[in-house]
Ligand binder design. Sequence first.
Ligand code: FAD
Length: 236
Amino acid sequence: MSTERNATLFPFSDRSRELQSAVAGFVAQRIVPAEIAFHAHAADPQTRWTIPPLLESLKAEAKARGLWNLFLPDPMHGAGLSNLDYAPIAELTGRSLFAPEVFNCSAPDTGNMEVLLHFATPEQQAPWLPRLLAGEIRSAFAMTEPDVASSDATNIALPIVRDGDEFVINGRKWWTTGAGDPRCELLIVMGVTDPDAPAHRRQSMVLVPMATPGVRVLRPLTVFGYDDAPHGHVEI
Ligand SMILES: Cc1cc2nc3c(=O)[nH]c(=O)nc-3n(C[C@H](O)[C@H](O)[C@H](O)COP(=O)(O)OP(=O)(O)OC[C@H]3O[C@@H](n4cnc5c(N)ncnc54)[C@H](O)[C@@H]3O)c2cc1C
């Protein structure tokens, strides 16, 4: 169903309409013309796993115009839009591979920021959430494992074992989107902390800094031949 038809059935707020117009203009005038440069950067073996400088300057411009964290319904930290009001904006940014990040609205950071906002303690939020909201760092979500059918999260097998004040995590994840990005500083890792519990209560998620000894990015995986540098979907 088209956005126009949806708008009749589910009317957007005035604020959403204003943002739709501003985002559409920014995508058309600032982002689409930059795509040639982005693709050239990603095609060059010397630069493809680095961040195009143009991306950071476009982010700064979008932020200055208030086109920032539009995905986040929380009005303190984000735009405070409902899903209905945000949906047409996501549709507009979906026109370009780079646009969601320019507005700090790209996966997996969006979901990770919401997880941190809703479920992390202030101590857990402090090192990560403000910098993610500011677009200074990126994050990744590590659930899928090569050895199990990971579409069913009850199959996830990576053990997370408490050892005094530490957790020992040994295992292999793959398809971890964004962990190839040099700015990625945080992994949200899903594993098993209580193997004897009922199937849906065995799992936990832990915050693992990318700089933790033992975290190793092994290789980028490809989809139809594309590795989606510089973010990648990597095996860790
Ligand atoms: C571009 C890309 C980005 C991704 N990013 C991330 C990421 O950031 N973090 C992350 O953790 N993962 C990520 N993934 C992985 C993705 O979440 C998994 O590929 C997906 O959940 C499926 O899991 P799987 O690959 O283990 O396939 P499987 O679970 O093995 O599924 C393979 C097929 O078997 C079917 N199947 C599975 N179990 C059963 C069953 N019991 N009965 C019948 N049929 C079954 C499924 O429907 C599917 O058709 C990404 C994948 C891609 C392609």
